[in-house]
Design a protein around this ligand. Structure first.
Ligand code: SF4
Ligand code: SF4
Ligand code: SF4
Length: 456
């Protein structure tokens, strides 16, 4: 009878008291989760449902009315779908990738042997991270300058381009090369998942004696890990898609999904991954530019550039990116240690600002969701000829502002907490007191910048 309460207590303890080693194995505690992954039909159903929904969205987006008030594709894509993915980063890590419909068409091609089945060349592996960061930047840029959230066909083209990228790469390469190396969404989801309260990991004691490595190679005609990792190679949340294929392949019951403290991975990695060192400052700079774009005084900025939204936004974006790159570098220098013989180079300021980067993205999406949810059913009515306008409702803009600013403040406090953890752990005795205070000041300045850009 006390079991649910004990589980709740254990989870709360893990989430709210930092302990690098504390974990709760969800496969053991809630066996139905493991059963879900073991029965591959479950994922097939979810993905097939996703395939159907996304096909309909693409068709309606391209061929449906192009008036934003008469096409539900916009709210479903930007309000429901993308906001849910952003929210899922914090709880389920990269789980969306396990259900994602984009690689579906490529998997069908591969199933029928319509693929060159090539290995991904080493140079490609090396430079693809930059390409995917560039593609991510391009998506954010195009979304803002074309006002894609009011352009149904543009939204559909974006979905179509990700689908085409995943399919073309499945025709050329083995497995899901797109997902491992190129997908811009995958990169942002992977980076954000470092802050997740859950992780997909192997039980390393079981992997030590493994001779088959079926999780990576596959067995009995069932292909192995689609992103060439295998459970035994999963050390962070960046690359594993949480597709669960290896759960059924492993003979030793090693893969598991754990609950962990959300700061563990940030503290352990210390900003070691180069892509994060670019994605995070870019994302934060773009958020400031995107928040400002919605303010009345943005018209004055536009007027400075002959009324051009494209130039004004580009300048703000470049400025924001440069400021966050500089702040990340200054911050990392203040730590007094950015290289280690064993660990290599790292940027400790990146994990400090990660919570605000992803809360900022959540706030940007949440504001759109809360502002437009009341018009979703009436829009559906206008598109399909039903009189549903009387079902319109609106959420008070003051309440939306309050929710968004509260979320930003939580993100800011989380940044300060990461600093505290560094100062009382890995950087104890290395980080000077005045630098520690300066770092808190930088965090406070960034949070203030976010609140000003969002509210005024
Ligand atoms: S990496 Fe991209 S295409 Fe692949 S599963 Fe994730 S979101 Fe979908
Ligand atoms: S996860 Fe399973 S199959 Fe993979 S290395 Fe570990 S024990 Fe072997
Ligand atoms: S390690 Fe396992 S869960 Fe992760 S992508 Fe590979 S097969 Fe899927």
């Amino acid at each position: 009878m006390n079991k649910p309460f004990n589980t709740f207590k254990k989870i709360s303890k893990i989430l709210f008291r930092y302990d690098e080693d504390a974990r709760l194995n969800l496969f053991e505690t809630f066996p139905f989760i493991k059963r879900f992954f073991l029965n591959r039909k479950n994922l097939l159903y979810v993905r097939s449902f996703g395939d159907i929904v996304f096909t309909i969205l693409i068709i309606i987006g391209i061929f449906g009315p192009q008036d934003a008030d008469k096409n539900v594709v916009l709210f479903i894509s930007w309000g429901i779908w993308w906001t849910s993915i952003v929210l899922s980063w914090f709880f389920a890590g990269r789980l969306w990738c396990g259900f994602c419909p984009f690689p579906g068409l490529g998997r069908i091609f591969q199933h029928f042997g319509l693929t060159l089945n090539l290995d991904v060349p080493p140079f490609f592996r090396k430079y693809c991270a930059y390409i995917s960061v560039f593609l991510l930047a391009l998506i954010i840029y195009v979304e803002a300058v074309t006002d894609m959230k009011t352009w149904p066909a543009g939204t559909a083209y974006l979905l179509l381009s990700i689908l085409l990228g995943a399919t073309a790469s499945a025709i050329l390469f083995k497995g899901q090369a797109w997902c491992r190396h190129m997908c811009p969404m995958g990169k942002i989801i992977g980076s954000a998942s470092t802050l997740s309260i859950s992780e997909f990991r192997p039980d390393r004691t079981k992997c030590k004696t493994c001779r088959t490595f079926s999780c990576k190679k596959g067995k009995d005609g069932i292909p192995g890990c689609p992103v060439y990792l295998g459970a035994y190679n999963v050390r962070n949340n960046l690359d594993c898609l949480v597709c669960g294929r290896c759960v059924g392949l492993c003979e030793s019951d090693s893969p598991q999904i754990n609950i962990r403290n959300p700061f563990v991975e940030l503290i352990i990695n210390k900003g070691r991954h180069l892509t994060c060192a670019f994605i995070i400052p870019f994302l934060m700079g773009s958020q400031i530019a995107r928040f400002v774009q919605h303010q009345d005084w943005y018209r004055k900025v536009e007027a400075l550039f002959s009324g051009s939204n494209l130039i004004a936004f580009s300048v703000l974006l470049a400025l924001g990116f440069a400021i966050f790159i500089i702040l990340a570098r200054i911050g990392s220098k203040l730590f007094g240690l950015t290289e280690d013989e064993v660990f290599g180079r790292f940027s400790p300021m990146i994990p400090v600002i990660v919570p605000l980067a992803f809360t900022g993205e959540l706030v940007y999406r949440l504001e759109y969701f809360l502002t437009n949810i009341g018009d979703f059913v009436p829009t559906f009515g206008r598109q399909f000829g039903f009189a549903l306008d009387n079902l319109f409702f609106s959420i008070d803009s003051k309440l939306i502002d309050f929710i968004c600013i509260a979320a930003l403040c939580i993100g800011g406090f989380a940044c300060s907490y990461v600093l505290y953890l560094f100062n009382s752990g890995d950087f104890q005795g290395i980080l000077k007191k005045k630098n520690y205070i300066s770092l808190h000041f930088i965090v406070f300045a960034i949070l203030s910048g976010y609140i000003i850009a969002f509210s005024f």
